[in-house]
Write a protein that binds this ligand. Structure first.
Ligand SMILES: Nc1ncnc2c1ncn2[C@@H]1O[C@H](COP(=O)(O)OP(=O)(O)O)[C@@H](O)[C@H]1O
Ligand SMILES: [Mg+2]
Length: 247
């Protein structure tokens, strides 16, 4: 079953009155539950724009040709208010970015707990969940360190802990290993793969690294605002049954 289904996804950025960039020119994409999918393509081909739309951070253009559709677990996201989209993002999705995006003034555990708070989990329960998530990424002993006191690889593992602390169905990662050396990249990737296998989390990640792409179940290739190859899945998607979906 598809976890994510998008059709007619278009996005045009207006740079000035006359100058626009068509970042997405009508994309159709379907991601199965439990899949770990890589999105690859040249810089500027629309990968991040697509990730932002799939992650409900941006909305597709409503008025260029056929109406855009975006379904998450069969539910139409286009019909939701901003408020509802924010809630879904906080509870059902986790994000990992190339530049980690940690709050510099907060410790590792506070950064992770912030994601709990957004999802409506607070206090002792949040602390416990954050400790557990930091344990899963091997950083239990760094909980009280600020980002500046951690290496790049460690910071990205904190970001991974933050992405998965609410046990989301979907993890979206935009070049998560783009700022890491090859050993650190392999660690972060192994973690994502582990969560995919153990908890059936669906993972969509953007990468420039063909080795990373090869380690995924499928590679979607983009060029010039379009998907030019949906890729062929190797193996079967991980079982999604183990994921706790918050009501
Ligand atoms: N906020 C923005 N404003 C204007 N143009 C943008 C914006 N974000 C992306 N673009 C443009 O849209 C195109 C696709 O960008 P992006 O989705 O970031 O590609 P990728 O992630 O594949 O490098 C590029 O030409 C980029 O310059
Ligand atoms: Mg990008």
């Amino acid at each position: 079953m598809a976890l994510l289904e998008g059709r007619n996804l278009r996005k045009t950025y207006r740079l000035s009155r006359r100058n626009t960039v068509e970042a997405l020119k009508g994309v159709e994409v379907s991601i199965e539950k439990g899949e770990m999918v890589a999105i690859m393509g040249p810089s500027g081909s629309g990968k991040s724009t697509l990730m932002h739309i799939l992650g409900l951070l941006h909305t597709p253009d409503p008025n260029h040709g056929p109406a855009p559709e975006l379904f998450l677990g069969g539910e139409n996201m286009a019909a939701l208010s901003d408020n509802e989209r924010t809630k879904i993002r906080a509870r059902r999705m986790g994000f990992v970015f190339q530049d980690f995006n940690l709050v510099p003034t907060l410790t590792a555990i506070e950064n992770v707990m912030l994601a709990c708070e957004y999802a409506g989990v607070r206090g002792k329960q949040a602390k416990q969940a954050a400790e557990e998530a930091l344990g899963l990424v091997g950083l239990a002993d760094r909980a009280d360190h600020k980002p500046s006191e951690l290496s790049g690889g460690e910071q990205q593992r904190v970001a991974v802990a933050r992405a998965l602390v609410n046990k989301p169905e979907l993890i979206l990662a935009d070049e998560p290993t783009g700022n890491l050396d090859s050993d650190r990249s392999a660690e972060v990737l192994a973690l994502l793969r582990q969560f995919n296998r153990e908890y059936g989390q669906t993972i969509v990640l953007v990468t420039h690294d063909s080795e990373v792409g090869d380690s995924c179940d499928r590679v979607i290739r983009m060029r010039d605002g379009r998907i030019r190859d949906q890729g062929t899945r190797v193996g079967t998607p991980a079982m999604a049954a183990a994921v706790a979906v918050p009501a």
